[in-house]
Design a protein around this ligand. Structure first.
Ligand code: NDP
Ligand code: AKG
Length: 417
């Protein structure tokens, strides 16, 4: 595949194929895993505030459910495509396999720029999407969650609309809900926390002290902002942060709490008074830092900029931020890439805990949740590190190898091949 297309679904297929070949799996395994089991495309008509009706296209892709119900977020973004959602659902299957939670992969999205909608329009769109996908989801079938530009409020609307549509009380059908509406303590922080602790463990392996280590973060939404918070708690300095407006820099370390407050109010990092300098948003990736955390979108580290990456560790908060061509270069330069399916698995891990709490009608404390998350992720990190050493492969290939084995075993036992 040429990097020219940068089609995330072709990239996901290539990653799965590489690991299947390395493991020497039965050809049936790749044959089953190369495509999602089902993709639903829906058109959602929404009454706009000006009285007109506009319809939006949405998708839910269900990749594989050999291990358990489909699981994965819903993205609201103007660049959402069918292939992007298919790729994201594929990555979810392997992510759940990496941390060993009893789910398969799913993902959804709507092609929309939510910043152009009023609150009422956003609610009507969210409810319309929940009605449209209701026939194929369920607490024990497919459990969506938040992703880019979706949040706890949207999950609450989804649950309410789903319950009205089906006539069933079923709060566990979505995760990432507000804590006072069947959500779990620790879910909001979970993905960023995981990205940070995976960077911590990689730093330990290569003898990089976290105290004073410099960090650049692309994307300052849910994942990027919590990754920043936890890196600061571990003694590191966040010297560069970007979003779609700009990249802000302060070599002495940005004040993360003040930046969070600023972004909550102004919706962007541009203009943050605590920055010493502002540059083009893409420069964040090539900063001279110890640790780089891409926490925005796919296809950010490519053959075009990979030779300029200076970080020693890349902890992938985003899904699919590195292309396979760039991966090869990073590996040859000895840069440790903690792959998305491990680094950002904290989100789905705590979604799993939320779902378990919903099914039990019981709640755990914040510390209990974080402790359980850390235990699962650290074990996955250690197992993948050992596999990477044994097979002399990068961490991504090792993570896929470990995960594919689990999924292939379940498919075999089910008699799918
Ligand atoms: N939320 C979760 O639990 C999980 C999320 N992920 C992945 O993490 C990534 C981020 O998700 P999340 O934090 O939830 O999403 P949010 O919507 O909360 O934040 C996305 C951030 O990315 C920024 N961004 C968008 N485009 C660019 C760009 N071209 N350059 C720099 N920054 C950009 C946005 O800036 P702006 O607002 O200016 O557009 C925003 O700061 C996604 O890849 C998602 O799939 C993975 C696992 C779980
Ligand atoms: O919390 C979840 O279920 C899924 C989160 C997600 O979409 C992801 O990990 O990419």
């Amino acid at each position: 595949m040429s990097e020219k297309t940068l089609n995330p679904f072709e990239i996901a297929q290539q990653q799965v194929k590489t690991a299947c070949d390395k493991l020497g799996t039965d050809p049936a395994v790749y044959e089953i895993l190369k495509n999602p089991k089902r993709v639903l495309e829906v058109s959602i008509p929404v009454k706009m505030d000006d009285g007109s009706t506009k319809s939006f296209i949405g998708y839910r892709s269900q990749h594989n459910d050999a291990v358990g119900p489909f699981k994965g977020g819903i993205r609201f973004h103007h660049d959402v495509t069918r292939d992007e959602v298919k790729a994201l659902s594929t990555w979810m299957t392997f992510k759940c396999g990496v941390v060993g939670i009893p789910y398969g992969g799913g993902k959804g999205g709507i092609t929309v720029d939510p910043s152009e909608l009023s609150k009422g329009e956003l609610e009507r769109l969210s409810r319309g999407f929940a009605r449209a996908i209701a026939p194929i989801i369920g607490e024990r079938i497919d459990i969506p969650a938040p992703d880019v530009n979706t949040n706890g409020q949207i999950m609450a609307w989804f649950v309410d609309e789903y319950e009205k549509t089906t006539g069933r009380f079923e709060p566990g059908v979505f995760t990432g809900k507000p804590v006072n509406f069947y959500g779990s303590l620790g879910r909001t922080e979970a993905t960023g926390y995981g990205v940070a602790i995976m960077a911590r463990d990689a730093a330990k392996r290569i003898g990089l002290p976290l105290e004073g280590a410099t960090v650049a973060i692309q994307g300052f939404g849910n994942v990027g902002s919590y990754a920043a918070k936890y890196m600061v708690e571990m003694g590191s300095k966040i010297t560069a942060v970007s979003d779609s407006s700009a990249c802000i820099i302060n070599e002495a370390g940005l004040d993360v709490a003040a930046l969070v407050e600023y972004v909550n109010k102004n919706k962007k990092v541009k203009g943050f008074p605590g920055a010493a300098k502002e540059v083009d948003r893409n420069e964040v990736l090539t900063m001279d830092v110890d640790i780089l955390m891409p926490c925005a979108l796919e296809n950010q580290i490519t053959s075009k900029n990979v030779n300029d990456i200076k970080a020693k560790i890349v902890s992938e908060g985003a899904n699919g931020p590195t292309t396979p061509e760039a991966d090869k270069v990073l590996f040859s330069k000895g840069i440790i890439v903690i792959p998305d399916i491990l680094a950002n698995a904290g989100g789905v891990t705590v979604s799993y805990f939320e779902w378990v709490q919903n099914l039990m009608r019981y709640t755990w404390s914040f510390d209990e949740v974080q402790e359980k998350q850390e235990k699962l992720m650290v074990k996955a990190f250690d197992d993948i590190w050992a596999l990477k050493e044994e097979h002399s492969v990068d961490m991504r290939t090792a993570a896929y190898m470990m995960s594919i084995k689990r999924i292939a075993d379940a498919m075999k036992l089910r008699g799918w091949y």
